[in-house]
Design a protein around this ligand. Structure first.
Ligand SMILES: Cc1cc2nc3c(=O)[nH]c(=O)nc-3n(C[C@H](O)[C@H](O)[C@H](O)COP(=O)(O)OP(=O)(O)OC[C@H]3O[C@@H](n4cnc5c(N)ncnc54)[C@H](O)[C@@H]3O)c2cc1C
Length: 434
């Protein structure tokens, strides 16, 4: 059993990606407004330092959201944590404006996030993984006023942290094709760069990427550029990549106001919302990436190089390993016989499942109410609807697509959402709490 500090926090954040970073900023800015009155907050992040999808920081990749949808601006346009403030502090504001581009590179946005994370570094514990949550005390007879988190540090020591509210933001969960297990030659895109850097590019002759979304297209492009002597196979379930709709009317689904429209709609209206607008984000690719890939394909043909092959209408049905060779079983939807492709490695850019906090909630889950489909019932302020005996707040940042819509797993609305969560925690705070 680990040890426990005597302190009780108002809020503990599980995970410190952009969502909880944005919350830390909202809480910090509340403190400045409230003349120093402070909520006791701490955020636990299992990575040793701040990192946002580091394994996908490929050259030439750009954000799919405007720089103005940063960690704070939509909640507080005068925030010192805005992307514009970061540019100013970095001495690049004028040059950024000269670029006339709404969409910074992912590399630059990562630098911004690191800069902002350093600004609230005093409330973050890195190398610190939350392994479970429970009510406290476990033998209580009254309402649940506090939660106890088991937190494991980098040395494997577990200690307990007591809090009135918890905000879970552990991120998307990598999804592999069915029947395919990851190993040292079969990777999910979320581990791409770390795995790729362990390879000797000169020895690579044949590589494959499965998937039809943005990450699949970006990795295919990267491998084609990096490996001039290798064949690159893009295995896609559709006829070709589909374009991400980021035109102005469609973009309105990411507006903060769309959350209310979605949350307060009927099930039928929410369903139509999804069907109409999932092409703004799911299994779609930015126009310039699609055109760039096609141009490479065409140029190869011009030079009779034939390095880039699109294996369309095809799914991966399994993978066999024979020494260093990876044999990928392919199933064509055109009804032809199953075939095999021998590659040096296979990247599964097959997307993610939504955030799933059930395992973390453990026994506490019995207090969390679910809808007819087994999904968490959610309050508008992102609190899980619980049995009345639970007086503490269990908030989710992520995993609320069914109640709050498309922005749940994205950056578009994090500034406003974090502000709403901060307000909710402040409103629920017991008077005179210490
Ligand atoms: C390659 C890529 C590019 C993307 N680009 C965009 C984009 O341009 N625009 C956009 O809107 N969205 C984008 N997204 C969507 C993405 O979900 C968001 O960008 C963003 O990461 C959401 O932030 P988050 O904090 O909710 O989750 P995450 O960024 O996933 O952060 C979760 C954090 O929790 C930590 N963690 C997990 N479990 C624990 C635990 N038990 N204890 C402690 N820490 C834990 C993880 O280490 C991680 O740091 C992209 C996604 C990917 C994969």
């Amino acid at each position: 059993m680990g040890n426990r500090g005597d302190e009780t926090y108002d809020v503990v954040g599980v995970g410190f990606g952009p969502s909880n970073l944005s919350l830390a900023i909202a809480l910090r800015e509340h403190r400045s407004r409230a003349n120093g009155e402070e909520l006791k907050a701490v955020f636990h992040e299992r990575q040793p330092s701040f990192g946002w999808h580091r394994n996908m920081l490929l050259p030439s990749t750009t954000m799919q959201v405007s720089f103005l949808k940063d960690l704070a601006t939509f909640r507080n346009p005068t925030s010192v944590f805005s992307f514009v403030s970061f540019l100013h502090a970095s001495g690049r504001l004028a040059q950024f404006v000269n670029n006339q581009d709404f969409f910074p590179s992912r590399e630059e946005f990562h630098q911004y996030l690191e800069w902002a994370a350093a600004g609230v570094g005093d409330v973050v514990r890195y190398g610190s993984e939350v392994v479970s949550l429970r009510e406290e005390p476990e033998d209580r007879t009254g309402p649940v006023e506090h939660l106890l988190l088991d937190v494991r540090d980098a040395l494997g020591q577990v200690r307990q942290v007591r809090t009135r509210n918890v905000v879970i933001s552990t991120g998307l969960v990598p999804h592999m094709p069915s029947g395919v297990e990851p190993d040292e030659r079969v990777w999910h895109s979320s581990e791409f760069l770390a795995r790729y850097r362990r390879m000797d590019p000169a020895r690579l002759r044949s590589v494959a990427v499965v998937g039809a979304g943005q990450s699949a297209a970006e990795i295919t492009r990267f491998l084609h550029d990096e490996l001039p002597h290798a064949k690159v196979y893009a295995i896609i379930p559709s006829y070709g990549y589909s374009i991400a709709d980021d035109t102005p009317f469609a973009n309105q689904v990411f507006d903060p106001a769309a959350v209310d429209d979605y949350y307060f709609s009927t099930d039928q209206a929410r369903d139509s919302f999804w069907r109409y607008h999932q092409n703004t984000n799911y299994s779609v690719v930015d126009d310039d990436v699609i055109r760039g890939l096609y141009r490479r394909f065409y140029d190869d043909r011009l030079r009779a190089a034939d390095r880039l092959s699109f294996v369309n209408l095809t799914r991966v049905s399994g993978v066999k390993r024979e020494g260093n060779e990876t044999r990928v079983a392919l199933h064509s939807q055109l009804g032809s016989h199953p075939s095999e492709l021998a590659v040096d490695f296979l990247v599964c850019a097959t997307g993610y499942d939504g955030m799933e906090p059930t395992g973390l909630l453990g026994e506490l889950d019995r207090h969390c109410l679910r809808d007819d489909f087994g999904r968490y019932r959610m309050e508008r302020d992102y609190r899980i609807t619980t049995t009345p005996e639970v007086r503490c707040g269990i908030y989710l940042q992520g995993g609320t697509e069914h109640t709050h819509g498309l922005t749940s797993s994205l950056l578009s609305n994090i500034a406003v959402r974090s502000g709403e969560i901060a307000e909710s925690i402040l409103l629920g705070r017991p008077v005179g709490a210490s």
